[in-house]
Design a protein around this ligand. Sequence first.
Ligand SMILES: Cc1cc2nc3c(=O)[nH]c(=O)nc-3n(C[C@H](O)[C@H](O)[C@H](O)COP(=O)(O)OP(=O)(O)OC[C@H]3O[C@@H](n4cnc5c(N)ncnc54)[C@H](O)[C@@H]3O)c2cc1C
Length: 377
Amino acid sequence: MALVNKVLIVGGGVGGMCAAIQLRKQGVEVDLVEVNPHWAPDGAGITISGPSLRALREVGVVQEVLRRGGHWTHIDICQADGTVMKTVEMDHAVGAEDLPPAGGIMRPVLADILGRATQEAGARVRLGVSFSSIEQDAEGVEVAFTDGSHGRYDLVIGADGVNSQVRKLVLPDFPGPKFSGQGSWRAVVPRMRRNSTIFMGETTKAGLNPVSETECYLFVLDRREGMDFIPPQQWPAMLAELIGEFGGQLAEIRRTLLEGDASGLKILYRPLAGHMIGVPWHRGRIVLLGDTVHATTPHLASGAGIAIEGALVLAEELGRRHSLEGALVAYAGRHYDRARLVVSASGRMGEIEAQGGSREEHQRVMMHAMQALRAPI
Ligand SMILES: Cc1cc2nc3c(=O)[nH]c(=O)nc-3n(C[C@H](O)[C@H](O)[C@H](O)COP(=O)(O)OP(=O)(O)OC[C@H]3O[C@@H](n4cnc5c(N)ncnc54)[C@H](O)[C@@H]3O)c2cc1C
């Protein structure tokens, strides 16, 4: 007999959608509620590492992601003025030699691909809806929804992101994510090169990763004192100042930011916060997934990837164990080390950047983590 027949997933981000798709493959009935009525994340680009592409292949959407996104095989490492210092060939994830070693896509496009796959898999999705109460007993979980409806489930998966409400039911004492000391700036610009490009400045590092055949996204991290709100009308001038030391395409982007029409660049600023929560990640019949338990800064571009991997592992363990408790313990036990590696290595890279620390250590931490993540999950 199946461990779970009916599951509620709270949150339709990458983690929640992939869990829904994988559980539907096992014939589990899945309800998914997403609080955002438009089911659309912010309009930024996202990098899909080789291991993340491998995980998306398992979910069944990788070809669509590659068709609608961008990918590359090499990284050009440039001086601040844009001169290429070296070009590095990227390694494939183990078992994914048939896929590009890295890719990128616009978040709304990825959400569209996964959203369609979730519905085609047969999950019942309700948008603009969340839970108002969740109460569990030994046999199941009673959920009241914000639209006035009710449901009873064998398992509730909290996939509601870094500021999760479901987490309060599992870990009531968790104080919340911690500010990392850096802010993230992103903008969408024309794609000028085949390769991903990193510009090494004196104090700042900036990069351009393709998100389609014609576009790439600019990413820059800067040191910040706190999570203060910055009015969006100030973003173009602040981003222009931040990339002021760079030449090449970044100098052209700077000119557009200062003198041209920057509205098409879809600039986004976000202070970075994260956490790595120790196991257990469940309480009875409620379990946490993705950013709810491991929210990372973007230095390794792997946060979404580990949310997807977590969904794969959770569904797999639910499909093969003989007790629900055993499956939920096995899920967290199997997934914890990879998630922790991403969060801790990204955190260390951010510290080094914010403090102007050793570039060699930064490189070492990054290479070690990337190599380890290439291994199968
Ligand atoms: C600046 C930045 C850049 C990043 N770049 C990358 C990158 O290049 N590559 C990469 O792999 N990762 C990247 N990440 C990390 C990645 O975005 C996250 O790790 C990933 O989105 C986590 O997926 P998730 O499904 O756990 O959560 P989310 O994607 O946050 O999804 C949570 C969902 O739950 C919904 N929700 C919230 N509350 C409720 C509620 N009460 N009820 C119902 N629904 C609710 C939300 O609307 C949302 O749709 C980046 C992160 C940041 C901050």
